[in-house]
Design a protein around this ligand. Structure first.
Ligand code: 26M
Length: 821
């Protein structure tokens, strides 16, 4: 049986109070009378951190003495959000701390608002990494997260005159109370320079890389507290620094200023998170970032391995598994080869044996423009030795391809790591598949498309390599912490161990028809909606009615996610209302949260369009409050935690085949929102779990999208045949929503007509509108709606990230849990 009560859970309130006051005095240099919320927040963090660090020490001791196999989760992004509430809940200290602070005259909810989000990620991929390290610690798995210590996380979004403005994010300006600097574990990373070929005593060829620059990697450790407070793992993030000793020559030669220039370059590496999840920017700095954190992390792993096993590499791949979160850290594969060949002086076959048993790779997207490729000439300049190794990996792989498909050059071209063309490119996806022992997609449909469309030949060569692990989310953050009222109700009904055994939520289904329970459930939803309405008023000045349907689409802005399908439907509803003031619909508030990549023009146009339509609709008396449209600026983890518990409808409306999984879909359904969605990503598995009667599925499925493309899709056919669609698209060209600026929204119309409507928005419009009408009708029947919402919560057990991690452990990582006293 799993720990249910943590040691810290018995900590008396008095001890907590004393610790907070002690930190106020001794760490913050202030006192109870002078302290503002920020100081109280910091003092409270410091007192929590005492317990965290004690458990961290015990965990590390236990892992060391047991010499456990461990997973190393390599990710360019960890979208952690805020840590205080999570750490308190996981330590079992939330209630006592709340009480202790109350007695000190301080409100815990208020001081939690002082914590800036740790927004070191773009969206789904980064948040998945954060959920996974929570589950790894909760399941007592030996694990380390490795990433970059960005000085600036994802940009802060402001909306000015309806348009997105990007502002720098400065999450560490006043210090981060959770992180620990570890100068004793600094690594040095070579870059640039050239490769010298030498000949050994027996005439064997040896390669020596003479780097042109060496930078230092300074690790910062963020403790990751498992639920129950026993295992505390670490997230180790690397900050780049100038290596002073290497630049000593320049310095002494009177080049003080030149040396400073090199310092600036070195320190730029970890300056900022790239916000571009649209297309591969091909930026040199991004490649350097990837190599920098991969190389630091590998050296860190090897240093630890050698402490236990000396120079004997035979046990490396049985002690170390490295999970590549997308191809961003794929450069770790040739880097490990380089270390084994050039440093450890192993022969190629022995090195490749080790290497190809160490890495596993997760694919998160099928969008062709998002598959990473780097110009070979960029590699030549930054990582000349790695380029040689990649060519050698490819050469040997091509020999295997020739055995399998003799004389077939087309297949060789397709599978080659090197893309020949105008400019030679290195395909990081192919490198990752070839260098890994397992490759997984993130939902059933996605994994089957990875096999069938993306890597079919690799699947033939290695039939066991490609597999699926459906994503999950941590129920500790995404239900227990963010929705305390619903959590308390669930505790009361089925006991309090559901955060560890989410399948137990199924027991709620016995109350789905119970009128009293329905009322309790919906009362909590209503209270959460009142709280969100307050927040919306503060953030936007827009008044919304908590009795209306709260219809939510929160995710990065991308054409394939189709926020514009949602918008066209809103415009159609608006038009129906204008044409018929008695048009029958439940009042509805459409809530959007989305950041657009700064260079993604059309995505920014869609944000502008949403805001302009919102402005018009919200202020049109004829609408009579039946439609409100809210665009919440600066969508981020901490805002998601406020929106999700208040949502009635969850918009998951991507073009079938393009959303790898989605994870917001799981969070919303877990909190009792009903999905309006396509048969895409994890929506399919959500529908399987909740049942077709508790979800609103619409639109083309993957096969139908495929068929439509085969016969040829012409959006003009729909435009000319559907009066409503035509009217709505034509509306965009007028100045109705952009007074004095006719055509300001025309790019949207163009992309859907002349642009070819790549994402089948018009093709799915009617079906979407029908699904929305069904949802509208269902909401009118309070008891029916309550039942559906309850069954959504009850049937989300599958989507805990604990299940996902257990799948990884069984299928890929083969880890044993290691308990901590
Ligand atoms: C690329 C180039 C330059 C800078 C950044 C990028 C980049 C960053 C993030 C590209 C893609 C990135 O993320 C992709 C992503 O978030 N994919 C999502 O992964 C989730 C977790 O598996 C899935 O649920 C989503 O469906 C999938 O879109």
């Amino acid at each position: 049986a799993k720990k249910s009560v943590s040691k810290t859970a018995s900590l008396p309130k008095k001890a907590i109070k004393d610790a907070i006051v002690r930190h106020l005095h001794c760490s913050l240099g202030t006192d109870e009378n002078k302290a503002d919320n920020h100081a109280w927040w910091k003092a409270t963090c410091a007192s929590i951190q005492e317990h965290v660090l004690e458990q961290l020490r015990k965990t590390q001791k236990s892992h060391y003495f047991n010499d456990t196999r461990a997973v190393h989760y390599f990710s360019a992004e960890f979208l952690m959000g805020r840590l205080m509430s999570n750490n308190l809940h996981n330590l079992g200290l939330f209630e006592q701390t709340d009480q202790a602070l109350k007695e000190l005259g301080v409100n815990l909810t208020d001081i939690m608002e002082e914590e800036p989000d740790m927004a070191l990620g773009n969206g789904g991929l980064g948040r998945l990494a954060a959920c996974f390290i929570d589950s790894l610690a909760t399941l007592d798995m030996p694990a380390v997260g490795y990433g970059l210590h960005y000085e600036h996380g994802l940009f802060r979004q402001e909306i000015k005159n309806g348009e997105q403005i990007e502002r720098p994010d400065s999450w560490r300006d006043y210090g981060n109370p959770w992180e620990i600097c570890r100068p004793e574990s600094i690594q040095e990373i070579p870059l640039y320079g050239y490769v010298e070929t030498k000949y050994g005593e027996n005439g064997e060829i040896k390669k020596e890389w003479h780097p042109g620059l060496i930078v230092k990697g300074l690790p910062w450790d963020i403790p990751v507290v498992g639920y129950g407070g026993k295992t505390v793992n670490v997230l180790r993030l690397w900050q780049s620094q100038a290596s002073s000793y290497f630049n000593w020559d320049v310095f002494n030669a009177g080049g003080y200023v030149d040396a400073q220039k090199e310092n600036v370059q070195a320190e730029t590496i970890s300056k900022v998170l790239y916000p571009n999840d649209e297309t591969e920017a091909g930026k040199e700095l991004r490649l350097i970032q990837q190599y920098f954190f991969s190389a630091c992390s590998l050296k860190d792993i090897i240093r630890r391995y050698k402490r236990a096993h000396g120079n004997n590499w035979s046990r490396f791949s049985s002690q170390v598994v490295i999970q590549l979160n997308d191809t961003h850290p794929a450069i770790a594969i040739p880097e490990l080869m380089r270390i084994l060949l050039d440093r450890a002086e192993l022969d190629w076959d022995s090195a490749w044996q080790i290497c190809s048993k160490t890495f596993a790779y997760t694919n998160h997207t099928l969008l062709p423009e998002a598959l990473e490729k780097w110009p070979a000439r960029m590699f030549e300049k930054i990582l000349p030795r790695h380029l040689e190794i990649i060519y050698e990996i490819n050469h040997r792989f091509m020999v295997e391809v020739e055995k399998m498909w003799p004389g077939n050059n087309a297949i060789k071209q397709k599978l080659s790591i090197i893309e020949e063309g105008n400019e030679k490119m290195i395909r990081m996806g192919n490198l990752s598949v070839i260098g890994s022992f397992k490759v997984n997609g993130v939902a059933e449909i996605h994994s089957s498309l990875v096999k069938k469309n993306l890597f079919p030949e690799f699947d033939k060569m290695w039939p066991e390599k490609l597999t699926n692990v459906t994503n999950g989310i941590t129920p500790r953050r995404w239900l227990k912490a963010c929705n305390p009222k619903l959590s308390a109700l669930i505790d009361e009904k089925i006991g309090n161990d559901w955060p560890l055994h989410l399948d137990k939520l199924e027991q709620l289904s016995q109350f789905a028809d119970n009128t009293k329970f329905q009322k309790q459930f919906m009362k909590i939803k209503h209270e959460n909606k009142v709280a969100l309405a307050k927040e919306v008023l503060v953030l936007t000045g827009i008044e919304i009615n908590p009795k209306a349907i709260f219809d939510v689409q929160i995710k990065r802005l991308h054409e394939y996610k189709r926020q514009h399908l949602n918008l066209l439907h809103i415009m159609a509803l608006y038009r129906r209302l204008l044409e018929n003031p008695n048009y029958d619909m439940q009042p509805r508030v459409f809530i959007f949260g989305a950041k657009a990549a700064p260079s993604y023009k059309l995505a920014k146009d869609i944000i502008y369009a949403i805001n302009q339509v919102a402005d018009k609709v919200n202020n049109d008396k004829r609408v009579n409050g039946k439609i409100k449209v809210v665009f919440l600026p600066n969508y981020r983890v901490s805002l998601a935690e406020k929106i999700i518990p208040a949502a009635d409808i969850s918009e998951q409306i991507s073009t079938a085949g393009l959303e790898a999984s989605g994870t917001g879909n799981m969070k919303l359904s877990l909190n009792g929102a009903l999905t309006v969605g396509t048969l895409d990503g994890a929506n399919i598995e959500i529908a399987e779990e909740v049942g077709d009667e508790n979800i609103f599925i619409f639109g083309l499925n993957v096969n139908e999208v495929h068929e439509l493309d085969k016969v040829g899709y012409n959006p003009f056919d729909i435009y000319y045949n559907n009066k409503e669609i035509k009217a709505v698209l034509d509306w965009l060209e007028t100045d109705y929503f952009t007074p004095g600026k006719p055509g300001a929204l025309a790019s949207l119309k163009r992309s859907l007509l002349e642009g070819g409507d790549q994402y089948k928005v018009l093709a799915d419009f009617e079906s979407y509108s029908d699904a929305q009408q069904k949802a509208n009708k269902a909401f009118g029947d309070k008891s029916r709606w309550a039942k559906m919402a309850i069954l959504n919560t009850a049937r989300m057990g599958k989507f805990t990230s604990d299940r996902a991690i257990n799948d990884y452990v069984e299928k890929i990582w083969k880890l044993q849990p290691c308990t901590v006293e």
